[in-house]
Ligand binder design. Sequence first.
Ligand SMILES: Cc1cc2nc3c(=O)[nH]c(=O)nc-3n(C[C@H](O)[C@H](O)[C@H](O)COP(=O)(O)OP(=O)(O)OC[C@H]3O[C@@H](n4cnc5c(N)ncnc54)[C@H](O)[C@@H]3O)c2cc1C
Length: 409
Amino acid sequence: VRIVVVGNGIAGYTALETIKSLKPSIDVSIVSDENAPLYSPCIFGNYLSGDLKRENLFLKNHSDYQRSGIKAILGQKVTEIDPHDKLVHLLHNKPLPYDKLILATGSEPIFPSINTNQDPRITVLKSIYDVDRIQSILDGSQTKNVIIIGSGPIGLEIAISLRKCGHSVTIIELLERIMPKLLDKNPASLLKSYLKENGVRLITGEKMMKISCDSRGLSVFTNKNEFFCDLVCICIGMQPRVKLAHDAGLELGSRGGIRVNSNMLTSNPNIHACGDCVETLDFLTGERCLSLLWHTAKLQAFIAGKSCLGFPSRYNGSVNFVVLEVFGKKVVSSGHVSSDFIGSSPQIFENDQLDGHLSLIKVNEKLVALQFFGSRLPKDLGRLISIIKRQFNKELKVQAANFINLPYY
Ligand SMILES: Cc1cc2nc3c(=O)[nH]c(=O)nc-3n(C[C@H](O)[C@H](O)[C@H](O)COP(=O)(O)OP(=O)(O)OC[C@H]3O[C@@H](n4cnc5c(N)ncnc54)[C@H](O)[C@@H]3O)c2cc1C
């Protein structure tokens, strides 16, 4: 059996590692358009702030692949998948035949439709190459003006890191509330004040309209103001990278991710998919969702690896769980924000403890979300999160019954 994995992020690598651990002698190759060995984007912030050396971003080095008997084809773009003849076409090499294929093509940053003239000072933060570009622009002792568009976790992470280095940082957020997908009004406003205390400038309720890069320099125009800067980092979200899957005729879901069943099998019986490129089921709402998180990508990949070898394995759906370190304090969010439950009358219980603010959200007497902002995590945080997960499981049983006769979920 020949197995090919496309994508060398945590999903692709974990799938491959799982396959190798179950069947060491199997013929398996991994292909990625990036030349770098496996690295973690989750710690880019620690590197940009100077707390971590560049080599510590890497979880593997090139020789690890050789040593484990993995055929790594790095720096090669896959241009097409031919599911009929079971071939993976590469830009600069002979096609690779496969019996089983795992797609782990990840996600790509959403980029607004503005003309940037490919100016390197207008960037996103996704790959190691983006980090290197940001580093090279900010290199040197001079304080730079940085504008970050979007106040989600990636935008905040880079803002905090660059502020720690002494740069002047402004975040522009379209909505009135920061971290809008993870925090409700009160924790968001506490976080906003704390960021301001620590020198991060926050502009909320303004929409970026254009970025101009002319002889005067770089500036961002919103619907209300103009901001001069040396670097713009656009962090307005990620979307699944699905072009290969789509062109190969695989079914996509309503959220734009590759549609998979609970074995991480796509609509083609020889192709599995996992990680940021897929959409799965949200435990709580029973709706399809994009998880776009490291730990879910890893778990899905483990299941895809097992499942493609024929071992029984099942992915039960995604639970949102995000922790962010903010100038010595912590932000935690698990579950959904209350605005996701409009129509179900969510109840919000708030508790200002000595060490922080804890919000619990209940819907139909069930604890469905938790948000925390403060200096020390509450002692019972783990217990509360496990209650949320148990609620999810109960929901899932109902959902599983509804989906039982369908080919996908
Ligand atoms: C800055 C940043 C910080 C983050 N912080 C956190 C965090 O703290 N906690 C958390 O849970 N998550 C975090 N995430 C999200 C997490 O990193 C992702 O969920 C995870 O890395 C997804 O892994 P993946 O393998 O599915 O996809 P990716 O990491 O996107 O890897 C996909 C790979 O496939 C390759 N590829 C795609 N198409 C092709 C093609 N046609 N040919 C060849 N190769 C191809 C890509 O180049 C890429 O190397 C963060 C993400 C970023 C960007």
